[in-house]
Design a binder for this molecule. Structure first.
Ligand SMILES: Nc1ncnc2c1ncn2[C@@H]1O[C@H](COP(=O)(O)OP(=O)(O)O)[C@@H](O)[C@H]1O
Ligand SMILES: [Mg+2]
Length: 344
């Protein structure tokens, strides 16, 4: 195997990863690398391959099902002999916390069970547990109560503490905010950021929650097993026309015909319908062209109810990028079916 050129600070290397289960090619040629202390957000609609990639990195998929060059803390999961060392270097917080917690035991006993499997010193384990419980605001009066009596949010945080108990270099979290109240989701994200800053732990966060991009250094966007993008959220937003500047316009009796008329106006890059009467318009040379567009709408008797300018966030970027990919895919299918018809 070719040894990639990596520095001491490189925590994860993935080069040309393919995952294949029988006839199903699940992950296609995915490559990226992650440096120490980075938070990586993995985004993509259900079935995109996010969990599968993490399962390769956490030694949960047999080598016969994948190929490519993968290093986790400089060790390849392709060799069985590396697994125990990799597992001691990483932490894993599964999507369902019942998978890494014993509900009949209290938090402190849960910690004891996990630390004994890592052969950690008992005193050190207790000190680390108390430190993590404090950072994660796990109330002291729950430390000796059965886990099943804790609230949903407390269980999630305890599950994170367990994932971090052995000072892993890299922590993998599969959907840490799924099933958590909207108001608590931000709390979980800020706890993760706090842990990352205080412990310098590199993190992978798989999530449907596009707001999570706010705490990520890099975001990976996956679709049907392909990595569409891997970059800082800001760089991705900056790649939009006029660096993501957008006019949000509400129009009386908005129709497809009106949208088509606007799309034809020179300098318009993209028009997205974001509500019954509202569109967002991206255009080149935004500042120069916005007044001209307003004039054009007026001249065409398109009645503007309101207009505001905004800057696209990661959520909007994600929607645009996925839509673009779907359009490309539709175009390709159309082309393929025309060619099919032409065949004798
Ligand atoms: N062991 C397996 N055998 C066959 N197909 C699988 C297996 N594991 C996952 N898949 C398929 O791979 C695709 C990606 O799954 P997954 O990685 O769980 O997606 P995500 O986490 O992005 O929702 C899905 O279509 C899923 O059904
Ligand atoms: Mg998943």
């Amino acid at each position: 195997m070719k040894s990639p050129d990596i520095s001491n600070n490189t925590m994860v290397v993935v080069e040309n990863l393919n995952v294949i289960f029988g006839d199903n090619h699940i992950v296609h040629d995915v490559s990226f690398r992650v440096e120490e202390g980075e938070i990586i957000g993995m985004f993509g609609i259900s079935g995109a391959g996010k969990t599968t990639i993490i399962r390769v990195l956490t030694c949960q998929i047999e080598k016969k099902n994948w190929n490519g060059n993968v290093l986790v803390t400089s060790l390849s999961p392709s060799k069985r002999g590396n697994h125990s060392k990799i597992l001691s270097n990483i932490g894993y917080v599964p999507q369902l916390e019942l998978l890494n917690l014993y509900f009949e035991l209290d938090p402190i006993t849960n910690v004891k069970v996990f630390t004994s499997t890592y052969g950690m010193d008992k005193k050190e384990a207790k000190i680390t547990a108390e430190k993590l419980f404090n950072i994660l605001d796990i109330p002291k009066d729950t430390w000796k109560k059965r886990v099943k009596r804790m609230s949903g949010g407390e269980k999630k945080r305890l599950s994170m503490a367990i994932g971090l108990i052995h000072h892993p270099k890299v922590l993998f979290l599969d959907e840490p905010t799924t099933g958590v109240d909207a108001s608590k989701r931000y709390d979980i994200l800020s706890y993760l950021k706090k842990l990352n800053q205080q412990l310098n732990t590199t993190m992978f966060i798989i999530t449907h929650d596009l707001e999570a991009a706010l705490i990520c250094d890099k975001t990976a966007i996956l679709m049907e097993g392909k990595l569409l993008e891997f970059d800082t959220p800001q760089n991705l937003i900056n790649s939009l026309p006029s660096k993501g500047l957008v006019a949000r316009i509400s129009i009386e009796n908005l129709s497809q015909d009106i949208i088509k008329t606007i799309q034809k106006y020179p300098s318009i890059e993209k028009v997205i319908r974001v509500g019954n009467e509202t569109i967002e318009v991206f255009m080149e040379c935004f500042e120069d062209n916005l007044p001209k567009l307003m004039k054009f709408l007026f001249e065409n008797n398109i009645e503007i109810k309101s207009m505001s300018r905004d800057i696209a966030n990661f959520r909007r970027y994600f929607q645009i990028r996925i839509q673009e990919e779907e359009e490309k895919e539709n175009e390709k299918n159309r082309y393929d079916s025309i060619n099919e018809c032409d065949r004798p």
